[in-house]
Ligand binder design. Structure first.
Ligand code: PAF
Length: 285
């Protein structure tokens, strides 16, 4: 597995591969890798011949009072986890490599970036789309894989790829959960034992709502109430708990097409997100 740190080295290594017609798969990450990330690498491997993983804690997607400084960084540990995962190349640049002094360009998706995390974290998705479009230009992947845990991020990136006519197929990979149901996240390590136990209410709530859905409930208030009860029971007030359409993330009052319930909550200084798809034909009739 090659580990490269500069844009030039990545281009020098990849362009000949691309000239040969080999498909390049790409998994952008911020490191602190867990099994969820490794599942993205496996998914990329299925759809490409060469798999590139980027490890870059992107400063522009963190707000001034967010956890950029304490975001976990462990390149040697990440490389060890990636060994044998199916990744062929790791791109781990410095901040100055991606954001050279004097640079002035941002990429921003409007509609689908608003609300949910976009409302709680102003500027976050502008940082994500700016860095992902830079990485796409450097790597020029045929396929890029993102986790469905960051459901809104996936919708925003799909929109960006479509609107900018990018020649990249965006694939979402299912959420990977701990055995008890907590969605895997690089931030779970910050939870105190008490908050780790309370955090479980997020996935428990989403599962309860999904059970109602599979028993035939379609109205948003009933589904949201089912999710809210276990969350309230552990004394958590979500930043948001909403039912949205699965494609454009518009608010829905009733599940009439595929929908997604999304939740975010703060436990101490740690912010967690989770979501659950409600797919017609796979649940309620
Ligand atoms: O999901 C993440 O880890 C990040 O938002 C991403 C897509 C790597 C961009 O920095």
């Amino acid at each position: 597995m090659d580990v490269l740190h500069t844009v030039l080295d990545v281009k020098r290594r990849l362009r000949p591969v691309q000239m040969q017609g080999l498909r390049v798969g790409f998994v952008p990450t911020m490191g602190a890798l867990h099994d969820g990330h490794l599942s993205l690498v496996s998914e990329a491997r299925k759809h490409s011949e060469v798999v590139v993983v980027s490890i870059f804690v992107n400063p522009t997607q963190f707000g001034p009072n967010e956890d950029l400084a304490r975001y976990p960084r462990d390149l040697p540990g990440d490389l060890e986890k990636l060994g044998g995962s199916g990744a062929d190349m790791v791109f781990a640049p410095e901040v100055s490599e991606i954001y050279p002094a004097g640079e002035q360009t941002v990429v921003e998706v409007t509609g689908v970036s608003r609300g949910l995390c976009g409302a709680v974290r102003p500027g976050h998705f502008r940082g994500v789309t700016t860095v992902v479009s830079k990485l796409f230009h450097i790597v020029r992947p045929d396929v890029a894989v993102f986790g469905q845990k960051d459901f809104q991020q996936l919708a925003v990136i799909r929109r960006m790829a479509k609107d900018l006519h990018l020649d990249v197929e965006i694939r979402g990979a299912p959420i990977v959960r701990e055995p008890d149901g907590l969605a895997m996240s690089s931030r779970n390590r910050f939870l105190s034992p008490e908050d780790r136990a309370r955090a479980l209410a997020l996935s428990t709530g989403l599962r309860a709502a999904h059970q109602r859905f599979t028993s035939g409930a379609l109205a948003a208030p009933e589904l949201l109430a089912a999710a809210a009860a276990p969350i309230a029971a552990v004394g958590l007030t979500p930043e948001y708990l909403e039912l949205r359409s699965a494609e454009e993330l518009t608010p829905v009052e009733r599940v009439e097409a595929n929908a997604v319930m999304l939740v975010a909550a703060r436990l101490g200084n740690t912010r967690l997100i989770d979501n659950q798809l409600f797919e017609l034909g796979r649940g309620a009739a």
